[in-house]
Design a protein. Structure first.
Lengths: 113, 100, 205
């Protein structure tokens, strides 16, 4: 029986059927490095605010639809944010405010489609 | 202290835990052979919920016969898979014809 | 919006708008965290520089040292982390396990649960390594996966797949080219690719 092996998360894909390997080696973008840098800093020995395993728990409990829609570092960014909100370190409102301000700055120089 | 040594036959448990675990579904209930003791590490199941004060757990590398993992597939007899398993996911087991 | 490449959600990538949105969101998060005194912009900049400095050139140094110095090779096999650090490469992973290819054995590294990788030595994993297709298939049909990379592994050679699911990180030590002495250390390093160190390539020549 498969189900006597316990819960299987949607991220737990080892052995699942899947298509050809996408032979891509895409450049590592600045925002992706920034996500990884902030995650590393928040988890370092002087801070210990968010651990990698907490971030993993975050994206493992997104729900499969959200998980499959977000790219690798976007998952990490959203999960890290969820954990920070869960711990009361930042609030959704202050983040949204900063995001809105950021969008205004962007639309001044360019108009994203 | 450490319960297993290299060469011991072990079975991976299916603990039925929800939440963040690092023991993938495909390896649960399988029987393999310990290849190496890796030392003690904080339990990721504790770390995932922000508990950094939990007890450190023993970690082992365990080898499995690929034929045993995927019995429906055609696989050379000597192919193996090695994966890390925390102590609380392991039980002692008896030799099977397929253990690597 | 991000979108899938192919029907198996093999690799989710952002389009231009998605990348801009993500940049805005991470800038906003950084700004809020700085406002609370939890980190500084300088710390983020220097953390990014640290993320950028490792790469395949470091892995290649380790391999060539192991090929040309048998004592080093023994140390590398028994304590990978300490041996890598001997070469002044800072290692942040708890342990590095170096698995050695031989004429009878081939090693392949994967991480089925996420995308664990020896980042402090090799840098960022390639996109295909984090794809669902590689994570899913590398443990079940690794020989077919190798074939997609152009490596037809003889059935006489034992294939060992390492799933880096927990605290260990892995590096493959490939076999040296037969005519090792013909090359300078520099030339040898240039022969080694990231694919060799993950195990999706085998021959170095």
């Amino acid at each position: 029986m498969e189900n006597d092996k316990g819960p299987k998360g949607y991220h737990d894909v080892g052995g699942d059927p899947a298509g050809d390997i996408p032979m891509a080696d895409l450049p590592w973008l600045h925002w992706e490095k920034q996500v990884e840098a902030i995650r590393g800093l928040l988890g370092d020995g002087t801070r210990r605010i968010v651990s990698l395993d907490e971030v993993r728990r975050g994206f493992e409990s997104f729900g499969v639809e959200k998980y499959n829609t977000l790219s690798f570092y976007r998952r990490r960014l959203e999960a890290m944010t969820d954990i920070l909100i869960e711990k009361g370190i930042v609030s959704r409102a202050e983040l949204d405010e900063a995001i809105e301000a950021g969008k205004l700055r962007w639309t001044d120089v360019d108009t994203p489609s | 202290m450490k319960r297993f040594a290299a060469g011991d036959i072990v079975q991976v448990l299916a603990l039925g835990k929800t939440g963040h675990v690092r023991i993938p579904h495909y390896i649960r209930n399988q029987i393999g052979r310990v290849t190496e003791y890796c030392g003690t590490y904080l339990n990721p199941e504790d770390l995932a919920v922000g508990n950094t004060a939990g007890r450190a757990v023993d970690l082992y590398r365990v080898a499995f016969s690929q034929r045993q993992l995927w019995p429906d597939d055609v696989i050379p007899q000597h192919d193996t898979l090695v994966i890390e398993i925390y102590d609380h996911w392991l039980a002692p087991a008896k030799e099977t014809p397929n253990a690597p | 919006m991000p979108h899938d490449q192919g029907e198996h959600e093999a690799l989710v990538i952002e389009d231009e708008a998605g990348n801009i949105e993500a940049q805005i969101v991470v800038d906003a998060l950084q700004e809020v965290l700085i406002g609370k005194g939890l980190l500084t912009a300088l710390e983020v900049t220097s953390a990014i520089a640290k993320l950028e400095s490792p790469g395949i050139h470091l892995g290649a140094q380790v391999v060539v040292k192991a090929w040309t110095d048998p004592d080093y090779r023994a140390r590398l096999r028994s304590d990978g982390r300490a041996a890598v650090q001997e070469l002044k490469i800072p290692v942040t992973e708890a342990r590095i396990i170096v698995v050695e290819n031989t004429p009878e054995l081939h090693n392949l590294i994967t991480c089925t649960l996420c995308s664990c990788y020896p980042r402090s030595i090799l840098g960022q994993p390639p996109s295909w390594y984090i794809s669902k297709a590689y994570r899913a298939r590398s443990v079940r049909e690794p020989r077919r996966v190798l074939a997609e990379f152009g490596l037809d592994l003889s059935e006489n050679i034992q294939l060992v797949v390492h799933d880096s699911n927990a605290d260990m990180r892995y590096l493959v030590l490939p076999e040296p080219p037969e005519d090792l002495e013909r090359f300078s250390l520099h030339e040898l390093e240039a022969l080694i690719s990231r694919d060799h160190l993950i195990g999706v390539a085998r021959e170095v020549a």
